[in-house]
Design a protein around this ligand. Structure first.
Ligand code: DGL
Length: 277
């Protein structure tokens, strides 16, 4: 019997680890019938500490292999560090559309009432021209504090593995994002790393005062839907409804504790794949 096919878009969702799941969960709500392949490049985690050139070379090699093998309809870079460094290069190199994830600086500039907001990202993301250009373009009338947090993504990974988060370290990591100037205080923080929404409840708990954390994930999902609607979608072999795949590149695995969470998110097929070996 000929294999069943359906016009279901195949979407690659990509991050250095589990942070991209915050984008994946919005994608799944917005495009529930798509077929997802989530890639966690855990072998190179954390991206925030990698040299820019090294990360760019790695991403081009990974996507060269992935696109040839998987033939996705669209790739979502669910990682601010990778997006701010490589998005333009990936779009130049490959025909398949790429959606990036970058801090919602325009939204923060519109939402702040005190005129003080912060961008909290990896040390790499807050230093990229891409990010600084967004601040210049959209937040000229605001006081913007750029904060590169070295350990927050790692804390989020530990949290996802069911480990207890060191709240003192978390407080220390976010503290520079809380600024005071001329009697005003920071009231919005644009989350510039997809791992951070995983910690948002704990961040509220240890914060010196209450702020609005701005997560771009829902907007990324809507943008993916818009771009897909403008492209023809290939016919992919149908899978059992809701059964999606997660591949991780690191040799250490991704931990047993996370299995129920992944299953609840429809990521039923989880395996190791070095991709570029
Ligand atoms: N989740 C990633 C981001 O949005 C990267 C975290 C890391 O690997 O340092 O930037």
């Amino acid at each position: 019997m000929a294999p069943k096919t359906a016009s279901t878009p195949k979407i690659i969702v990509f991050d250095s680890g589990l942070g991209g799941l915050t984008v994946y969960r919005e994608l799944r709500d917005t495009l529930p019938n798509a077929r997802y392949l989530y890639i966690a490049d855990t072998d190179a985690f954390p991206y925030g500490n990698l040299h820019k050139g090294e990360l760019l070379t790695r991403l081009l090699a990974l996507f060269d292999r992935l696109i040839e093998r998987e033939k996705p309809d669209i790739c979502v870079i669910a990682c601010n560090t990778a997006s701010t460094i490589a998005l333009a290069h990936l779009r130049d190199h490959f025909e398949v559309p790429f959606i990036g994830t970058v801090p919602a600086i325009k939204v923060a500039a519109q939402q702040t009432r005190t005129g003080l907001f912060s961008v909290l990202g990896t040390p790499s993301t807050v230093a990229q021209d891409y990010t600084l250009d967004l601040v210049e373009r959209y937040a000229g009338s605001c006081e913007v504090t750029m904060v590169g947090a070295s350990d927050l993504a790692m804390l989020a990974e530990q949290f996802m593995q069911g480990e207890k988060v060191d709240e003192d370290l978390l407080r220390h990591e976010i503290a520079p994002a809380f600024a005071r100037r001329n009697g005003q205080r920071t009231d919005c923080i644009a989350l510039g790393c997809t791992h951070y929404p995983l910690l948002v409840d704990l961040m509220h708990k240890v914060a010196p005062w209450s702020v609005t954390y701005i997560d771009p994930a829902a907007a990324i999902a809507r943008q993916t839907q818009r771009v897909l609607s403008q492209h023809s979608v290939r016919k992919h072999a149908a899978t059992e409804s809701g059964a999606n795949q997660l591949l991780y590149t690191g040799g250490d695995g991704i931990g047993e504790n996370i299995s129920p969470f992944l299953q609840a998110m429809g990521l039923l097929d989880v395996s190791h794949d070095e991709i570029i070996g």
